[in-house]
Design a protein around this ligand. Structure first.
Ligand SMILES: [Zn+2]
Ligand SMILES: [Zn+2]
Length: 181
């Protein structure tokens, strides 16, 4: 009986953690979840709303380097499907807005996502880097467009778009009418 309270507290802590992930989609150990929840005072936050937060990358690859992070804990781009197209477009719009509001040029911007298993933090984030011309050789390689390890937002949107069910699989009311005739 003496062991019961500690077992209970261990189990309680485990349940609390599990519930917080299930209910809020946040992982207590995840640095980006911590930032999204406003629990990391060191993060330089440029934008936040109920769904997204934008911070400066901890090791900027150029003059402007921001991370657009959804508050929901999504591991990486491999977890996305056609239902996330709107989310990725939101992230792109917000990233462009932050870059331009801070004097960066969108036409000189490189943006995209790490392709697993080559991920830095296991919480989905879009890199917004500008200007591309000021990137070092090493950074240029780290964020090489459409390499095995980094995919541009445009490429990701193309991948997600191809996940949409083919139109022919969706039965239209006209097809049903045809069956009745
Ligand atoms: Zn997270
Ligand atoms: Zn990253």
């Amino acid at each position: 009986m003496g062991d019961a309270p500690s077992d209970e507290s261990f189990f309680g802590r485990f349940l609390t953690k599990l519930l917080s992930v299930l209910r809020w989609g946040q992982s207590p150990e995840c640095i980006f979840c911590k930032i999204a929840a406003g629990n990391d005072p060191s993060a330089e936050i440029h934008y936040h709303d109920s769904n997204y937060v934008v911070i400066t990358d901890i090791a900027p690859a150029s003059k402007h380097h921001y991370l657009v992070i959804p508050k929901e804990h999504i591991r990486d781009m491999k977890c996305l499907d056609d239902m996330h197209i709107e989310m990725v477009n939101d992230m792109l719009r917000i990233g462009k807005q932050v870059l331009e509001s801070r004097g960066g040029k969108w036409e000189h911007c490189r943006n995209g996502f790490h392709n697993p298993p080559f991920i830095s933090v296991s919480h989905l984030h879009m890199h917004i880097i500008s200007p591309e011309s000021e990137m070092s050789t090493r950074m240029d390689l780290t964020f090489r467009p459409d390499s095995y390890w980094f995919k541009t937002t445009e490429t990701l949107l193309g991948i997600l778009d191809r996940m949409k069910p083919p139109v022919s699989q969706v039965q239209s009311p006209i097809d049903e009418l045809g069956d009745l005739r």
